[in-house]
Design a protein around this ligand. Structure first.
Ligand code: AMP
Length: 424
C-alpha cells in the first residue's frame, strides 16, 4: 500500500492510485485531500503540474462513493469547471483512470463540437460533469442539464477563467448550483480578482499553498538568449536541429505567428505541429496526440490553446515571444518538469521585450541564466524602443517574422503611439 493510505481515501481509490503508479502524494495532494474529504471549502494555490487534478478528483470521488445517491435525469452530483477544452478533457481522462472499477460516471462537455451528442449523454444524468463555462451555460439554457443537484463545485485554473472573460458565466453558474455545496477553487496565481471570487463563493475556506503564487517549478532550468526578433526563427530552428530528441512546446503570442513558425520548422525538417484558436478541436486533439506519441517533436502553441495541457515528457518549453502578462510565463514553463521530472525553459528575448523579461523575473524571483547574446540596455520608462536597431524591418503581428517593405517613418514632431512602438 502507498502513502496515500494515511490520507483517508477509501480502498477502491487506494487500489486505483497504486495501479496508476502514484506512490507518494504530491504536496498539494497531501495538504488538500484530508480537508476535501471532510467537506471543507478550499482555496488551492498550486502551479500547474503539481498533481492538482488528483488533489481534488480523489477526495471528490471518495465522497461520491461514500454516498451512493442516484443521479437524477439531466442532473450532476459534482461540477468541475476549467477554462479550456484541452484541460476539461484532460481532467475527465485523469479522473476516469481512478474510477474505472467504480460505478461513478464522468461526462465532459466542451465547446467547438456539436451539441446534440452532449445533450443525449447528459439526459440520463452523470455523477461528475467536467465542463468549460461557455458550453455549460449553453446547455443549461437549452434545458439539457440541471445544476441544482450538484453538491460539489470545483473551479480549476480560476485565474485563467477570469483572463478569458468567464467571470459572468462563473457567476451565473455558481447561482445555479446548490447553496449547500462544497466549493474548491484552484489557481496558480492569486490576483486580486481571485481573492474577490474566493470571498464571494467560498465559505470559511482552508487555504492550501504549495508554492508561493507566481513561483516557478524548482526543477525547471530557466535560461534566456538575447536575439533580435527578426533572427528568432533561424535561431530556434538551429537549436532544434541540434537537439532532435527533445520534445518541445514553443509559445508564440499570436495565432498567425504560431502557424507561420510551425511551417518554417517543418520546412527545416523538424516534425512540428501547432495548436491555437484557429484550429478545430479535432486538429488540436490530433496535434496533442501526435506530441504524446512522439509522431511530432515540437508543438507550437498560443497561451490559451496550451493552457493546462499535460504532456508527459515535454523536455523543453521555448518562449519564442515573451508573454504580455508575466503570470503566463509561469503557466508556460509549468508544461515541463511535470510531476517531479526536470525540464528546460528557454526564452528568446528581443531588445524590445526586456521590460517583459524583467517583469517575469520580478514575479518569479528567479533571474534567468543568460545562455547567449548581450543584455540590451533597458529602455527608459514608458518606452519600448530597442537598445540596438533591428537589422531588418519587423512585422506588427508579434510573429517574429520579417516583413518586406520599409518601415513607415514617424514625423519628428509626433509623439510615439502604441502602434509605433509595436513596429519598432
Ligand atoms: P496535474 O497537475 O494534475 O495536471 O498532474 C500533473 C501530472 O502528474 C499528471 O501526469 C499526473 O498523472 C501526475 N501525477 C499526479 N499526482 C501524482 C503522484 N502522486 N505521483 C506521480 N505522478 C502524479
Amino acid at each position: 500500500m502507498t502513502d496515500f493510505q494515511s490520507l483517508g481515501l477509501c480502498r477502491p481509490l487506494l487500489k486505483a492510485v497504486e495501479a496508476n503508479g502514484y506512490e507518494t502524494p504530491t504536496p498539494i495532494q497531501r495538504e488538500a485531500i484530508p480537508y476535501v474529504l471532510k467537506g471543507c471549502d478550499l482555496l488551492g494555490l498550486a502551479q500547474t503540474g503539481t498533481g492538482k487534478t488528483a488533489a481534488f478528483g480523489l477526495p471528490l470521488a471518495d465522497r461520491l462513493l461514500a454516498d451512493p445517491e442516484p443521479v437524477l435525469p439531466k442532473g450532476t452530483r459534482a461540477l468541475i469547471l476549467a477554462p479550456t477544452r484541452e484541460l476539461v478533457n484532460q481532467i475527465a481522462a485523469n479522473i476516469r483512470l481512478f474510477l474505472r472499477q467504480t460505478p461513478i460516471s464522468v461526462t465532459s462537455v466542451v465547446g467547438g463540437v456539436s451539441l446534440n451528442p452532449q445533450i443525449k449523454r447528459l439526459s440520463r444524468g452523470t455523477d461528475i460533469l467536467v465542463a468549460t463555462p461557455g458550453r455549460l451555460l449553453d446547455l443549461v439554457e437549452r434545458g439539457a442539464v440541471r445544476l441544482d443537484t450538484a453538491s460539489v463545485l470545483v473551479l480549476d485554473e480560476a485565474d485563467q477563467m477570469l483572463d478569458l472573460g468567464f467571470i459572468h458565466a462563473l457567476r451565473k453558474i455558481a447561482k445555479l448550483v446548490s447553496k449547500q455545496r462544497q466549493t474548491l477553487l484552484f489557481s496558480a496565481t492569486m490576483p486580486k480578482q481571485i481573492e474577490d471570487l474566493a470571498a464571494t463563493y467560498l465559505t470559511d475556506p482552508v487555504r492550501v499553498e504549495v508554492a508561493p503564487a507566481g513561483r516557478t517549478a524548482d526543477k525547471v532550468a530557466q535560461s534566456v538568449h538575447f536575439v533580435a526578433r527578426a533572427d528568432k526563427t533561424a535561431f530556434l530552428t538551429d537549436l532544434m536541429v541540434q537537439r532532435p530528441d527533445d520534445t518541445a512546446l514553443v509559445f508564440c503570442r499570436t495565432k498567425h505567428g504560431a502557424e507561420r513558425l510551425m511551417k518554417k520548422l517543418k520546412a527545416a525538417g523538424i516534425a512540428a505541429g501547432s495548436i491555437h484558436g484557429n484550429k478545430s478541436q479535432n486538429q488540436r486533439d490530433r496535434a496533442i496526440r501526435g506530441l504524446r506519441s512522439g509522431e511530432i517533436k515540437v508543438l507550437v502553441a498560443t497561451d490559451v490553446a496550451a493552457r493546462g495541457i499535460d504532456i508527459p515528457g515535454v523536455s523543453h518549453v521555448y518562449n519564442f515571444d515573451l508573454p504580455d502578462v508575466a503570470e503566463a510565463y509561469v503557466h508556460r514553463i509549468g508544461r515541463t518538469a511535470r510531476a517531479g521530472a526536470s525540464g528546460d525553459a528557454v526564452t528568446l528575448c528581443g531588445p524590445e521585450e526586456i521590460v517583459l523579461l524583467r517583469q517575469i523575473e520580478r514575479l518569479t524571483g528567479v533571474t534567468l541564466t543568460i545562455a547567449s547574446g548581450e543584455v540590451p540596455t533597458r529602455p527608459a520608462p514608458g518606452q519600448s524602443k530597442p537598445a540596438r536597431p533591428p537589422r531588418r524591418p519587423r512585422s506588427q503581428n508579434g510573429s517574429g517574422e520579417a516583413k518586406t517593405g520599409a518601415k513607415p517613418r514617424r514625423p519628428r514632431n509626433r509623439r510615439r503611439t502604441r502602434q509605433d512602438k509595436k513596429v519598432a
